[in-house]
Design a protein. Structure first.
Length: 166
């Protein structure tokens, strides 16, 4: 059995909008509870429940990790929410991958004028492009990843002419 298994876990940085929405929902929910206690209005209690649930959902969305799995010539990307809920987002076959290279690589220059469906499974850091890689898949999809060196080495061992680390 020569199956190679590599796992890479990437913590996604939550956007400022998610953090702001979380704080606003919780503050408005608490304000509705206080106003409900002062006035006895049941609509305020219902609004408080809605806002607190909204804040909880924003809190879950702020704690997201992507898990990259490489096994038997296939890349699987799972989204892990709050370290408890897992959802498979995508599966990619290495044979259908055209290129995997850093974001600013010259190997991607020939594909700049093409239009792609873009999927971002990276760490969410916009300014930091050192650890981001772009995978062109089937000529139609552009996947942005933040893999570690072991993950890249595993893919490079299988497809050395498609993986660039310049």
């Amino acid at each position: 059995m020569n199956d190679l298994y590599v796992e890479c876990l990437v913590q996604r940085k939550a956007s400022a909008i998610i953090h702001l929405a979380k704080m606003v929902c919780f503050m408005v929910g608490i304000a509705c509870i206080v106003l409900n206690l002062m006035t006895g209005n049941l609509l305020l209690l219902l609004a408080a429940i809605v806002f607190i649930v909204g804040g909880y959902l924003c809190m879950l969305e702020a704690d997201v990790e992507y898990e990259y799995l490489y096994i038997d010539r296939e890349i699987t990307i799972d989204k892990v929410i709050a370290k408890s809920k897992r959802k498979t987002k995508a599966n990619f076959q290495i044979e259908k991958m055209e290129v995997l290279a850093p974001v600013n690589s010259w190997h991607l220059d020939t594909m700049k004028n093409r239009s792609f469906k873009e999927l971002d499974y990276s760490d969410g850091e916009k300014a930091q492009t050192d650890n981001k890689y772009v995978m062109i898949y089937e000529g139609t999809t552009k996947v942005i990843l933040s893999p570690d060196k072991a993950f890249l080495d595993a893919i490079k061992n299988v497809a050395p002419r498609k993986v660039f680390m310049d």
